[in-house]
Structure formats: C-alpha cells, structure tokens
Design a protein around this ligand. Structure first.
Ligand code: SME
Length: 156
C-alpha cells in the first residue's frame, strides 16, 4: 500500500511545516509519484457555513474553490461521511466537472477526533483509476494529516 510514499509524507509532516505548505507538499508529492493522480486537493468544511473550501491542491487550478454541502461528489461526502469512488464520472448526475479530461474520481473524508472536517479529492484522466488500495492509502494519508493538524493546533 504505497508504504514508501506514506513514510515520506509522515517524515515531512513531522518536520512541522506551516499548515498550507504541508498540505500543498502532500498534494504535489502524491500527484508526482502516482501516474493516475492528475489532480489532488484538500477541501475543508467552513467554520459556520455548510460549504467546502479548497485549501491546497496540485494540478490545474479549478473554478470550484467553494462547494456547497450536498453538491457534486465532494459535497455528498461532506454529508455522508463516507468514501466515494467514481469509476466513470459521466454516469454521475450529481457531479461538478472541473475539467473535461477527468474520467474518474475518489474522495475520502478527513476525520479529526471522529469529526468530518474535510476531505482529500483526487481526479484522474483515466477511467476506473482507483481501487481498494487507493482507498486504503488515502485513508492513511488522512490519518497523517489529522495528526499534523492537531499538532499545528488548527481549530475546527
Ligand atoms: N468533481 C468534484 C468537484 C471538485 S473538482 O474535482 C476539483 C465534485 O463533483 O464534487
């Protein structure tokens, strides 16, 4: 399960980078290391509004920096608290297209002390790009990110 990559992420985050810098480094590193990962980003729940706000990403800039809860794959995960793996985005009614090149997507919620506070979102230009292995890997990434945010004393 991409163990070397997880170890690199853990080592980097242990050096206590600034929060946005740490998140951006993780996005860029994952995107560069895994060929099917064409866009990687972290959205966080707004403190008071039912909205997701993009905090860090790697890949092409997106217009969708704010997503209401319930809208698109990301907005649905904000409500369901469950992983969402989309093999073919063309089959999804409730989907927000960031690029016409995207064929598949995976969104994994990010929990801090059992509270869903955001998510990691990956787009791929390859159909059916994501497997159980990716779900497990990204769940572990989010465990490392949660610990990093707690250490950085980010409030939720
Ligand atoms: N496709 C997502 C929107 C975010 S972009 O992928 C960056 C969705 O349907 O929620």
């Amino acid at each position: 399960m991409y163990t070397t990559l997880l170890n690199s992420i853990e080592n980097y985050l242990n050096q206590q980078p600034e929060v946005e810098q740490g998140l951006t480094w993780v996005c860029t590193t994952i995107k560069d290391e895994l060929p099917r990962y064409d866009w990687v980003g972290f959205y966080f729940h707004h403190a008071t509004k039912k909205e997701l706000h993009l905090k860090a990403f790697a890949g092409k800039p997106t217009d969708h920096t704010i997503i209401p809860f319930g809208k698109g794959i990301c907005g649905q995960v904000a409500v369901s608290n469950k992983n969402f793996v989309v093999d073919d985005v063309g089959q999804q009614d409730n989907y927000i297209a960031c690029s016409i090149d995207v064929k598949s997507e995976i969104v994994i919620p990010l929990f801090v002390e059992n509270k869903n506070i955001g998510q990691i979102d990956i787009d791929s230009n390859t159909a059916r790009a994501f497997s159980k292995k990716d779900e497990e890997f990204l769940t572990e990434v989010n465990v490392l990110i949660a610990a990093f945010l707690i250490r950085a004393q980010v409030s939720f």
